[in-house]
Design a protein around this ligand. Structure first.
Ligand code: C5P
Length: 422
């Protein structure tokens, strides 16, 4: 799922025109309108006549608090589409049915959504949704190619999966609302210092086997690393998330490599770090692993009263991959401490040659594992020390990436709180 739905970057105070065309997936667009509004966007919903057969304009008004737009010629006169197009920061059509796609590809101006498309210079997202045989039709494919190649619209989806009752399973299903909301977020962010860069993020705990069913682990949820991966993708990066076991949904657009142990994580990072422009070591890697994991489940009657585990050191991934880092790349580390935050943080910053170290005190309320918030202090290699207030992990991720962008030589880019540069 998308992370917490509270007003935040990049959606906050941005204008989204959500076009809804005829199709059974239109019921999911109410959720999109609601979520985007909760994320702080100003959402104008425009419905085609066919869309209104599936879902009522009033549903959208209820979740956006704004009039739902159904007519090209309204009280506002013929200028409505011009205003919508001019004010929009992004136009997203979801669901985009076959008829809409054909009309948009022809540049028709016979309804409010198509005319708004002609009147806007904002990025346009088209989220197809239709029967799989219709989607596979050469004419639909040609229309979509035209939209993406000639008009530079972004075609987002469709997914494969259950279609309307009695239909197939092939490609044609609209993406889930949270995925479309993330794609809107990336379009709203526009060009940034991270656009086109490769970002590698480690996240979550590792598990080190004791026997066939037991392991040594820790309480990391992966939330901080997942939030960083999602935020980096929205800023236009190609993101790989190397994740230990975590129940979290993989952020939209992000490649995930799942691992279990520290040594598996080390292998993946070692193979990929040479290519990475930015690496963030957010994983809580087990420092030690049982030296002789048992292949079968240990039995109490065999072990007796005392069980002593002998542990051996795991590789330090950040330290071990130091020499393979790409020249000019930026590396960010984390330190979760319970004692002597500052001296431990500085020792890790120096020892592992991070450009930035994000430190937090696990004993503080609202910071550390298994919570959605964090209070961190940023230690820069330059010597600067920045204590931050308590904030959501999503906001911490944005702050970290702002610093990473500056380290990559970007001065005051558009991805800061007041919106995007395009
Ligand atoms: O565990 P420690 O506090 O030393 O972690 C500091 C940083 O080093 C973190 O960014 C963590 O992801 C990374 N680390 C690692 N491999 C380890 C231990 C820590 O990459 N074995």
């Amino acid at each position: 799922m998308a992370a917490a739905l509270v007003p935040r970057r990049p959606w906050k105070d941005r204008r989204v025109v959500l076009g809804v065309t005829g199709g059974i997936a239109a019921y999911k667009s109410v959720q999109i309108a609601r979520d985007l509004t909760r994320l702080g966007a100003i959402v104008d919903v425009a419905l085609t006549r066919a869309a209104q057969k599936f879902v009522a304009p009033l549903s959208f008004e209820g979740v956006t608090g704004r009039p739902a737009l159904t007519h090209l010629f309204s009280a506002e006169g013929a200028a409505l589409h011009i205003r919508l197009g001019r004010e929009a920061d992004v136009v997203c059509v979801a669901p985009a049915g076959a008829d809409f796609i054909a009309r948009a590809a022809q540049g028709r101006a016979d309804d409010l959504i198509c005319t708004t498309l002609l009147a806007t210079r904002a990025p346009v997202l088209v989220c197809p949704a239709m029967n799989d045989r219709m989607f596979a039709h050469a004419q639909v494919q040609a229309n979509l190619r035209h939209l993406s190649e000639e008009l530079c619209y972004q075609v987002v989806g469709p997914a494969e999966g259950a279609l309307a009752v009695g239909e197939g399973q092939g490609p044609g299903r609209m993406l889930e609302p949270w995925q479309i909301e993330e794609a809107v977020g990336r379009a709203l962010t526009g060009m940034t210092a991270l656009s086109g860069t490769r970002v590698l993020v480690t996240a979550g705990p590792t598990r080190e086997a004791i026997d066939a069913v037991r392991y040594v682990g820790n309480r990391s949820s992966g939330r901080m690393g997942y939030a960083l991966a999602a935020a980096a993708w929205r800023r236009g990066a190609d993101v790989t998330l190397v994740s230990g076991p975590s129940p979290l949904e993989v952020p939209f657009g992000v490649e995930v490599v799942r691992v279990e142990t520290a040594r598996e994580m080390d292998d993946v990072v070692a193979a990929r770090i040479e290519e990475a422009d930015v690496t963030v070591f957010a994983a809580a890697v087990a420092d030690y692993r049982p030296s002789e994991p048992k292949e079968r489940k240990m039995k109490r009657r065999d072990v007796g009263d005392d069980l002593t585990l002998s542990l051996v050191e795991n590789p330090d991934i950040a330290l071990g991959t130091l020499s393979s880092r790409k020249a000019g790349s930026v590396c960010v580390g984390f330190a979760l401490e319970t004692d002597d935050l500052e001296s431990n943080a500085l020792a890790k910053l120096e020892g592992k040659k991070f450009d930035l170290l994000v430190a937090n005190d696990a004993t503080e309320d609202g910071a550390g594992f298994e919570v959605d918030t964090n209070r961190v202090t940023l230690f820069h290699a330059s010597g600067e020390r920045e204590p931050m207030p308590l904030m959501s992990k999503d906001d911490v991720a944005e702050e970290i990436l702002d610093r990473v962008s500056v380290l990559r030589g970007d001065i005051g880019d558009g991805s800061t709180s007041d919106g995007a540069a395009r």
